[in-house]
Design a protein around this ligand. Sequence first.
Ligand code: RB5
Length: 143
Amino acid sequence: MKIGIASDHAGYELKEEILKIMKEEGYDMVDYGTKSPDRVNYPDFGRKLGEGVASKEVDCGIAICGTGIGISIAANKVHGVRAAVCSEPVSAKLSKEHNDANIIAFGARIVGIEMAKAIVEAWLNAKFQGGRHVDRVSLLDNM
Ligand code: RB5
């Protein structure tokens, strides 16, 4: 599975930690930046990741900013993206099971590394449940 990851400056340090762990675990990672702690604008990086997911350059993505909110709003502007901001693993699991979230977002000023790892793991291990959720996801994709 190919996974994209992106952050702004506020999420940079956490992105680097998650990226290292995911690579060690054998995931094929694409880093859409930012590549340093210098101040940047989160819409640019949410968009880059969103476009990577929508074009199927990567299968799914991880987005990190200060809160997870700004970068997920940006990613969600890209057609075909379903980015979910989650601060704990239960929502992360449900975001895949019910919403087929193809980007998981969280905030480096909100969650620490252990919670971030638990969120990513819950989301990656969950499966879209289909059934009654199919039509709803399709309505989202056709908005
Ligand atoms: C950057 O200071 C901060 O506004 C950004 O990382 C994010 O939290 C926005 O939603």
